[in-house]
Design a protein around this ligand. Structure first.
Ligand SMILES: O=P(O)(O)OC[C@H]1O[C@](O)(COP(=O)(O)O)[C@@H](O)[C@@H]1O
Ligand SMILES: [Mg+2]
Length: 365
């Protein structure tokens, strides 16, 4: 029997402003997920948060896009929204774009990453959850994990990784997808992946046997809603060891706090800071953007763990570097490249301001 991991996330209200999902909301989600476990929809689950986003990590035997699993997550977020409204938490129900569930949570606001696989004798899985950034934030680290031999020693020295991986890329603007194979198409792949606001990695497969290796939530809430609601704070599931990159190879690229879109008002580039769970509180200028990494062993569809992987002094230097980059970027105020380029600002509140100025422009002779 195969195991499915579904990670579904949403921001349904937080304190103070957009910093932290309240414990009471996570408790509400826990009530709904525990009921789903009792009735056999879920085999196991773990609830966490990164900043104002609640992340439901669920295991089951129902495959991807299962209606009952998606409805369970929807009901959890709905109940949490009701409580957030009672508590007058900020942005209550922010990520829920509809009142009623209609079969699949995709397109309804929450982000969703899923994968189904036959468990190996031992299956380590790492779940990454972000706040104040967008799905393209995973492009650079996932490329390095699965295609860069300077990051992943196994690509060079381990025969089970040596043939490389296939990347499924979504064009989130044109709603198209393409599969590219590495290492032979590496330069073409990078030509796309560098445009982090448009081309995002959806899934990665091992080339030898098409075994699923990674899955990312690619929903872009603002594009879906047609207006600025919040950023599309993504999640990713990555399998590791024995034919996949080792856990240390999976974590290594996050030692560079690379620049990602998001931060204040979803409108600024800033460094992605790898943090332990307790520091997943984006405070300075509503940031800088954060990522947490939770390590589980998946055993007979149960989740053993997690270990809070960035809760380690070896990432201290990356956090200091992230703070230094944050300081440097902040000095630019409203100027690019701290502020996002104009085409990305289309999905923020800036167009309303520009509309007001339109009539003031005259032709240049
Ligand atoms: O909610 P407001 O006051 O319109 O302000 C916009 C808010 O949107 C945000 O970008 C929301 O971030 P999230 O996507 O994490 O919810 C904050 O940085 C900012 O405070
Ligand atoms: Mg958020």
């Amino acid at each position: 029997m195969k195991t499915t991991i579904s990670v579904i996330k949403a921001d349904v209200g937080s304190l103070a402003g957009h910093v932290l999902a309240h414990e009471a909301l996570k408790k509400k989600c826990d009530d709904i997920l525990s009921e789903a476990k009792d009735t056999g929809i879920l085999e196991d689950y773990y609830i966490t948060n990164c900043g104002d986003d609640i992340d439901l990590i669920m295991t089951h035997h129902r495959g991807e896009e299962d209606e009952e699993v998606h409805e369970t997550a929807w009901n959890a977020f709905k109940e949490a929204t009701n409580l957030a409204r009672e508590m007058k938490l900020y942005g209550a129900g922010q990520d829920l774009l509809s009142d009623t569930f209609s079969g699949n949570i995709k397109g309804m606001g929450p982000g969703c990453a899923e994968m189904e696989f036959k468990e190996r004798p031992s299956d380590p899985v790492i779940i990454f959850c972000c706040d104040k950034t967008e799905p393209g934030a995973f492009n650079l680290p996932l490329f390095r994990i699965f295609a860069d031999p300077f990051n992943t020693a196994g690509l060079v020295i381990d025969p089970s990784l040596h043939n490389g991986y296939k990347f499924e890329i979504f064009d989130v603007i044109e709603h198209k997808k393409v599969i590219m194979s590495c290492p032979e198409e590496m330069y073409d792949l990078l030509a796309l992946l560098g445009a982090i606001g448009r081309y995002v990695i959806k899934k990665i497969y091992r080339k030898d046997d098409d075994e699923i290796a990674a899955s990312v939530s690619t929903e872009r809430l603002n594009i879906m809603a047609g207006k600025y609601i919040g950023k599309d704070d993504p999640v990713a599931i990555v399998r590791s060891q024995s034919g996949f990159p080792a856990a240390g190879e999976v974590l290594e690229p996050f030692s560079l706090p690379h620049l990602v879109g998001g931060w204040m008002r979803g409108s600024h580039n800033g460094p992605l800071m790898p943090v332990p769970q307790k520091d997943a509180t984006p405070v300075r200028f509503d940031g800088p953007p954060r990522v947490i990494g939770l390590g589980f062993q998946v055993a007979n569809c149960k989740l053993i763990g997690p270990i809070d992987l960035f809760d380690d002094p070896s990432f201290d230097r990356s956090r200091v570097l992230a703070s230094e980059i944050a300081e440097y970027m902040r000095r630019h105020g409203p100027f690019e490249p701290h502020r996002l380029p104009s085409d990305e600002m289309e999905y923020t509140t800036l167009p309303e301001i520009l509309k007001k100025l339109k009539g003031r422009f005259e032709d240049i002779e």
